[in-house]
Design a protein around this ligand. Sequence first.
Ligand SMILES: [Fe+2]
Ligand SMILES: [Fe+2]
Length: 296
Amino acid sequence: MDATLISREKTAERLLTASAKHSFDPDTELDWEAPFEEDAWFWPPELVSLYDTPLWRRMPEEQQRELSRHEAASLCASGVWFETILMQLLLRHTYSLDPTSAHVRYALTEIADECRHSKMFARAVTKFGTPTYGPTRLDHSLGRILKTFSTTPGSFTGTLLAEEILDWMQRLTFPDERVQPFVRGVTRIHVVEEARHIRYAREELRRQMETAPRWEIMLTRTMSAEAARVIARSLISPQVYASVGLNPAEAVAAVKESGHRREMMRHSAKKLMDFFDEIGLLRGPSMPLWRASGLL
Ligand SMILES: [Fe+2]
Ligand SMILES: [Fe+2]
């Protein structure tokens, strides 16, 4: 076995050991029957899309908290969408690899994690009692194109974009005492298990980028920049605003103008963008697309 394969197996073995120790069954881990607390937020207010805008300041606190419930539900529904894509990409990744390798056993373990997460997020949406938000039809179709045609490096950049942005938000959510204990429970489970997924994807992506031919690197730059744009705009469905009695066009415009929101989105992707830069993804003609994603 060459050195790259040995290090790949070592990482996978370590991740398998960690998975055996710290994995959760959300169906039994969380109290699904407990009623929501009266005055608690469903998402930290600073992470709600309208936070700190003139429109936000005009909203009574009850309406702000209600918006946090719908945005948490939107993030959960997008989470299911991202994970459905990701599970398919991971399974495709294993298709031509040795099924007895630790690398493949870990990929299957990760798919099992994502299965539990998607069930958890879907069940959370039901508990929130909101509509099932999701991507627009266009983005839904773009997701289908990505998951059908992306090659391995593109699959792992897409994975990291969805995982690291949500992970950054969830790391602020689970310790936040203003937030509903149920939401803190959901985000805690996700943060613990996603740390392993991020490690796996980052290391594999680095290996892939070192050996990928020039055409594949070019393709990966463009496809991941497009994925970044789609993922960033799919986190919060514009329908959440109508659900809480706001004018969606006015709310979307307020979010677009919000310096706070721009900063939040950039912060959420900062570490990942540094990593992408380091492995040579932020180069060439894809740069305007990266900038349009609002993550750079
Ligand atoms: Fe997940
Ligand atoms: Fe994940």
